[in-house]
Design a protein around this ligand. Structure first.
Ligand SMILES: C[S@@+](CC[C@H](N)C(=O)[O-])C[C@H]1O[C@@H](n2cnc3c(N)ncnc32)[C@H](O)[C@@H]1O
Length: 371
């Protein structure tokens, strides 16, 4: 069957997600705030869940219509053939959100949608009662300025959950954002890469997975694996293909941090992700960071002065970073921080910057290219 699919993303990462989709061979992409919409079938649902590194979720768009009353919401939802996807035993879990809309009571919208979905199923299956003891179908009713979008989540736990991170440091970064930082930098594994504030190792691990062409979803499960519409063989085939796609390229990423406790976590995470051989972890204060190697990349997420340390301390740290990085031989560096005065403290204006969100924190990704 053909579906309209939505890859959702954090604000600021839409174009990165769209680029990933293009690389996977998709076109006619519609890029909007927080989402990229495209067309695909069951195989595409599996492929996108398995391979997208920077998206949050893959959803099936079931309907979009205007609703200012509960009756309009009910009728719009009823007109969808839910039984095409949801079996008699399907457990229907409805979630909702409403922004700037007349129908603002989310619990009411959820229960109206549930009633309408069940009515639509009654027509299809010619029965009145549904046991809901089977696979889960998470339906979202999202209202934005009175436009209702009904979606079915094919992912389950967000795509940032790759399965390798059991432990995190103090201010861990989402795996999807870490992957985006690497993709935006255009690093490739023939180049040296360092993260001198590696924390639990997320940037280094995501980069190593990109370098080794490891599918981010290979070691986890997805809610739609339980669905009848997607044959089990499809999941098996795409997993097998993903396993065969892993290369054995030899490269080393330098990951360091001042805190030895967090390095232990980072090593365990890298081990679990299967990339421990590609990362050299080291306890090091950034001020000691030096190398004679040329043309490398730094991609890093230093303390912001929000949770860790105070303002002054962070300013001194950024100044040190500026001095240390400038001594390197023709390196490019990429720094994400929420600290407004970063460039001034660092001592150099970036060639490019980009607004991104790390959790709810507005940040900039400062990009300095080698000359
Ligand atoms: C924002 S966290 C990095 C989080 C990391 N991206 C992750 O996903 O876990 C900043 C890290 O900088 C480290 N750090 C603070 N001051 C440092 C210094 N002078 N030299 C090296 N690392 C330092 C902290 O120990 C912390 O782990």
């Amino acid at each position: 069957m053909n579906y309209t699919l939505i890859a959702t993303s954090t604000f600021g990462l839409e174009k990165v997600v769209a680029n990933e989709l293009k690389e996977l061979g998709y076109d006619n992409l519609i890029i909007e705030n927080g989402k990229v919409t495209f067309e695909g079938d069951e195989m595409d649902i599996v492929t996108c869940n398995m391979w997208l590194r920077t998206a949050d979720r893959v959803l099936i768009k079931m309907a979009e219509f205007k609703a200012e009353t509960f009756e309009e919401l009910f009728q719009g939802t009823l007109s969808v053939n839910w039984g095409d996807i949801i079996p008699i035993t399907g457990f229907m879990h409805i979630v909702g959100k409403s922004v700037k809309s007349k129908l603002f009571s989310v619990p009411d919208c959820q229960s109206i949608v549930k009633k309408a979905v069940v009515e639509s199923m009654k027509k299809k299956y010619r029965r009145d009662v549904f046991p809901e003891n089977g696979a889960e179908y998470k339906i979202e009713v999202a209202l934005l300025k009175d436009i209702v979008t009904l979606t079915l989540d094919t992912t389950g736990a967000g795509l940032h959950k790759r399965g390798y991170r059991q432990f995190a440091g103090e201010a861990p970064m989402k795996e999807t954002l870490a992957a985006a930082l690497v993709l935006i930098s255009k690093w490739d594994c023939s180049r040296i890469l360092a993260d001198p504030f590696c924390g639990s190792g997320t940037i280094a691990i995501e980069a190593a997975m990109i370098g080794r062409n490891m599918a981010p979803g290979l070691n986890r499960n997805f809610i739609s694996e339980q669905w009848d519409i997607i044959p089990q063989e499809l999941w098996e085939d795409i997993r097998k293909h993903a396993r065969n796609s892993i290369n054995n390229k030899e490269f080393k990423i330098m990951a360091s941090d001042i805190d030895s406790r967090v390095l232990k976590t980072a090593r365990e995470n890298a081990e679990k992700a299967g990339v421990a051989d590609n990362i050299f972890f080291q306890k090091l204060d950034v001020k000691e960071f030096s190398t004679k190697k040329k043309d490398g990349f730094i991609i890093t997420n230093p303390p912001y002065g929000e949770r860790l340390g105070g303002e002054k301390e962070v300013e001194i740290l950024y100044r040190t970073m500026g001095e240390v990085f400038e001594r390197l031989n023709n390196w490019s560096y990429f720094v994400i921080t929420s600290y407004d005065n970063f460039e001034k403290c660092f001592g150099k204006k970036s060639d490019k910057n980009r607004k991104l969100y790390n959790g709810r924190l507005k940040c900039y990704y400062y990009q300095y290219y080698q000359r």
